[in-house]
Design a protein around this ligand. Structure first.
Ligand SMILES: NC(=O)c1ccc[n+]([C@@H]2O[C@H](COP(=O)([O-])OP(=O)(O)OC[C@H]3O[C@@H](n4cnc5c(N)ncnc54)[C@H](OP(=O)(O)O)[C@@H]3O)[C@@H](O)[C@H]2O)c1
Length: 282
């Protein structure tokens, strides 16, 4: 049995792919009555009701689990609850979704990821780190603005990123959780097949939608304020705007072969991601 800790972008697709291969999978969610857990249950996944803040519920979900796909908003105390539970239950492997973790990063989220990674190493459980570049799905957060105004802005400037489709991150997580042996102790840096700037994003969307989509370079503060106006909590808006500002300075300008090496097929390019989500931008 594989436990997937949440039914977000990566967890949902990882669980779906594992069910497609008839692998037993259990997904821990806060609200089993939401549409996504219901769809996963219909696909044959077990749904465990719980909150990453509450160890007893995690322990119940951990029963009989051989491997864990640890993916969540990565609040250190919450993910370390999962690590401790996996250690108590003797789980054989943890696949941890993470980012450019670093204990001295200016971004709190990356310092938190470093804390979780250190806790996982200290727990002594064989594990694999998936350090992903920016998810293409982040662009979906801009979709309502793009649909309404045919424009979008960011503090990422002219910076390019090896953006990866979260569906490919999920496919890698599922493949490793199903056959973890050769991946123990490995860190993979997951990217898409190419470097993409926001000017490239605008060009791809313009071609796809048949109308001009304009990209505007924003300052850190303008970007943070725009996200807050769109309903993003201030702390998250701050971290996102910091990450975009670092992208402007080349922080995300890396592409690897880890996705094709593990999946045996290329990662999805941004053009395909955009085509698959065209309706959201229309
Ligand atoms: N976005 C990027 O560009 C990027 C890049 C690299 C790495 N990453 C990493 O990817 C991970 C996030 O993965 P994702 O994008 O798949 O996540 P996501 O789509 O944001 O989903 C997070 C899920 O966690 C659930 N959740 C939140 N708090 C919870 C709690 N206390 N107990 C149980 N469930 C809880 C939410 O469920 P409900 O709210 O529905 O209950 C939601 O389904 C993070 O580690 C992040 O650092 C992201």
């Amino acid at each position: 049995m594989i436990l997937v800790t949440t039914a977000g972008k990566v967890g949902t697709e990882a669980a779906r792919l594992l069910r497609e291969q008839d692998v037993p999978v259990r997904v821990l969610v806060r609200d089993p009555d939401k549409a996504t857990p219901k769809a996963l249950a219909a696909a044959g996944a077990e749904i465990a009701s719980g909150d990453l803040e509450i160890p007893a519920g995690i322990d119940a979900a951990m029963a009989g689990v051989s491997a864990v796909v640890l993916v969540s908003p990565a609040v250190p105390a919450q993910e370390l609850n999962v690590v401790a539970s996996a250690a108590r239950a003797g789980a054989a492997h943890v696949v941890k979704a993470t980012s450019k973790a670093s204990a001295d990063s200016p971004i709190a989220r990356r310092r938190g990821q470093a804390e979780i990674e250190a806790g996982l190493a200290a727990a002594g459980i064989p594990h694999t780190l998936l350090r992903s570049n920016a998810y293409m799905q982040n662009v979906l957060a801009l979709a309502p603005t793009i649909a309404a105004t045919s424009s979008f802005g960011s503090a990422a400037g002219k910076g390019r990123a090896g953006m990866v489709d979260a569906r490919d991150v999920a496919a890698v997580a599922a493949a490793i959780a199903a056959s973890p042996g050769p991946h123990a102790g490995k860190t993979y840096w997951l990217t898409g097949p190419e470097l993409v700037s926001n000017y490239d994003v605008a060009a791809v969307l313009s071609k796809l939608l048949g109308r001009t989509i304009t990209y505007r370079e924003l300052t850190f503060q303008e970007n943070k304020d725009a996200m807050i106006r769109a309903g993003v909590p201030e702390q998250i808006a701050e971290m996102n705007a910091q990450a975009f500002s670092l992208t402007a300075d080349g922080d995300a300008e890396w592409v690897t072969d880890d996705v094709p090496a593990i999946l045996g097929r290329p990662g999805r390019p941004f053009e395909q991601f955009a085509a698959d989500h065209a309706a959201a931008f229309s």
